[in-house]
Design a protein around this ligand. Structure first.
Ligand code: PHE
Length: 450
């Protein structure tokens, strides 16, 4: 082990860092666009169910294992294992988690780079630099590579600062800013004609659609991605939490913030689409469905901003800065997962580990940039659709079956003395043992088969 491990300085510091990991492009982009193409409120409803009933228990498994072991995902899973076989499975799952985190970061950095470029684009346009603006907002290898590099460098610099001086310091600066920008944008969009229609679409559920199986699958995947599960990020953040904290209530706070911000982001994006429609922008595709995914973010919204004159420049910049902040507080947690492993197991200094791991991930990211058509969607599908749910399942199995139940209780009781009599302890162990694995396997099976 290299030196003493870091620890978050306060409860709030941890909550902001962990919710910073959770709140990312998944909330502000993924959730609203999925809601837009899956029946608005019907998706919202299913997402809430999945997040509270499945993702929260799985998040708790990660946090508790992490705080107990005070180590990276590989060492932590090995610590809670007591046979040679389970230790082998622990190493395998831990490595798979680290590799998945690295691959997620490799595509995440490309997308986050676009956000920076789109924030700079309108400013350049307003300054009369039309050509530069066109390069920034047009798709190309050069632009993709340059902004991925900028974003990776920012991520690496924060992580090399350590737990308190890097992760905590930047999360406590950026998260309040994110919430302020988000609320200001919502307040502004609400005043525009067309917004109310968007609110109706978003908040009035079409119950017939909540029970569609594909919608459940999408909502579960979205909830797991959004809570940063399965790849060791929450585990390692949990490992920096003091034993005097009530871990169950911390987990609840993170889940509530994550869901709250996703719901708020929907309140921004979906009304904004209807404002765009009011301003003459096309918001339905040829099949009559609301436009989603990248076309929504990079075509519909910029088209909306450009109908708003000078205000549109400010709103557009604010929106893409919001996206960049959300991405950055998530990407640092993605980098921390492999970095914590390299420092703790291979004894490298944090700075050296941060630069080494970032270099490897940047290389992978560059390979994706130059083979975009073949690799981009492939890596996203591989990591978020397959690896994350499977690894989430493994973490539930470790907390529910491999780690001794009395030890689990002991860990929760540190900082939460009455844990044994709590509602949490009455429900959670069975959840993590039976409900989560069965549901994840069912959903996963359907995905693979269908
Ligand atoms: N939760 C992040 C988001 O919603 C993504 C993420 C996944 C971060 C896995 C860390 C680990 O965008």
């Amino acid at each position: 082990m290299a030196g003493t491990r870091g620890e978050f300085s306060s409860r709030l510091g941890f909550i902001l860092a962990a919710s910073g990991s959770a709140v990312g492009l998944g909330n502000i982009w993924g959730f609203p666009t999925q809601a837009a193409s899956n029946g608005g409120a019907a998706f919202l409803l299913m997402y809430l169910l999945m997040a509270f009933l499945l993702a929260y228990p799985a998040l708790m498994a990660e946090l508790i294992i992490g705080r107990h072991a005070k180590a990276n995902i590989v060492s932590a899973l090995r610590q809670v294992s007591n046979t040679t076989f389970s230790r082998f499975v622990a190493s395998l799952s831990g490595f798979a988690g680290i590799i998945t985190a690295s691959l997620i970061l490799a595509f995440y950095a490309i997308v986050a780079g676009w956000m920076i470029a789109f924030a700079a684009g309108p400013v350049m346009g307003a300054a009369g630099q039309e050509e530069v603006a066109g390069w920034l907002t047009g798709f190309g290898h050069g632009r993709n590579l340059a902004f991925m590099l900028i974003f990776m460098l920012m991520t690496c610099l924060i992580i090399s600062g350590g737990v308190q001086q890097g992760i905590e310091k930047w999360s406590t600066r950026l998260m309040p800013l994110l919430i302020i920008i988000l609320l200001a944008l919502i307040a502004y969009v609400m005043t525009l004609p067309g917004a109310m229609q968007g609110i109706k679409v978003y908040l009035l559920p079409d119950f017939g659609r909540s029970f569609n199986f594909q919608l459940i699958v999408n909502a579960l995947g979205q909830a797991f991605f959004s809570l940063s599960l399965g790849v060791g990020t929450m585990l390692v953040y949990g490992s920096y939490v003091s034993k005097t904290e009530n871990i169950a209530s911390l987990g609840r706070a993170i889940t509530l913030i994550d869901i709250g911000i996703a719901v708020l982001a929907g309140l921004l994006i979906i009304p904004a689409m209807y404002v765009a429609q009011h301003n003459g922008v096309e918001i339905f595709d040829a099949a009559g469905k609301l436009i989603g995914e990248d076309t929504l973010i990079f075509t519909v919204l910029p088209a909306l901003f450009s109908t708003m004159g000078d205000t549109g420049i400010v709103v557009g910049v604010a929106f893409f800065v919001l996206m960049t902040i959300a991405a950055l507080t998530s990407s640092i947690s993605l980098l921390e997962s492999p970095v914590s492993y390299v420092t703790e197991v291979h004894g490298l200094s944090r700075r050296a580990a941060a630069f080494l791991v970032s270099a490897v991930i940047t290389l992978i990211s560059a390979i994706i940039v130059f083979n975009f058509g073949d690799l981009f969607v492939f890596v996203i599908t591989l990591t978020t659709r397959y690896a994350q749910p499977l690894l989430g399942l493994m973490l539930c199995l470790f907390a529910g079956w491999i780690w001794h139940r009395n030890h689990v209780l002991e860990e929760i009781k540190a900082g939460f003395e009455s844990a044994e009599q709590s509602f949490f302890w009455r429900i959670w162990p069975a959840y993590i043992r039976y409900v989560c694995p069965v549901v994840i396997l069912t959903v996963f099976g359907q995905k693979v088969l269908g």
